[in-house]
Design a protein around this ligand. Structure first.
Ligand SMILES: [Zn+2]
Length: 160
């Protein structure tokens, strides 16, 4: 499959390459939801990495919520550094950055927005609120660029 080389994406400027849709496999979708259910009532968080420039989430990486909080998530800085080195070695980027809300809707909080520093990533939020762990779970995706939140469509596929 043809993919835009990462340096080209950068040269063209992020506004031109941002698609307003997340396409994700059912298997990855299920793993994100399972992680959110497992960590409830604390927030769960993680990354799905993919080949740089592809926009295709492939490698599921559940992370530890270092804050272990029902209202906040924070990647452990050591884990995060290790992950970014690993992605660099594999020529990957964080295509999806996900976390759960366990008492509120699946929409980025003010804190989420202020900490969002990957304009190329899809910020996925899952809500496990008011479901008693049974679902259905809100699963929504957003772009967060310079404090501006744009919701995007989520398309779930069997395979890419
Ligand atoms: Zn949040």
């Amino acid at each position: 499959m043809w993919a835009v080389p990462y340096h080209l994406s950068v040269r063209n400027g992020p506004s031109l390459i941002l698609t307003v849709m997340l396409t994700i496999t059912q298997a990855l979708y299920d793993r994100i939801v399972a992680h959110a259910r497992q960590d409830h009532p604390d927030e769960a968080c993680g990354v799905v990495a993919g080949p740089a420039g592809s926009g295709r989430p492939e490698r599921f990486i559940p992370m530890l919520n270092a804050a272990r909080s029902p209202t906040f998530y924070e990647f452990d800085s050591g884990d995060l550094l290790k992950l970014y080195r690993e992605m660099d070695d594999l020529d990957e980027e964080p295509v999806v950055i996900y976390h759960s809300h366990t008492a509120t809707e699946a929409y980025p909080s003010r804190t989420d927005i202020s900490y969002a520093n990957e304009p190329g990533a899809h910020y996925v939020l899952v809500s496990t609120a008011d479901t008693d762990g049974a679902g259905p779970f809100q699963f929504r995706s957003f772009r967060i660029v310079e404090g501006e939140v744009t919701e995007e469509e989520v398309t779930v596929v069997e395979s890419y």
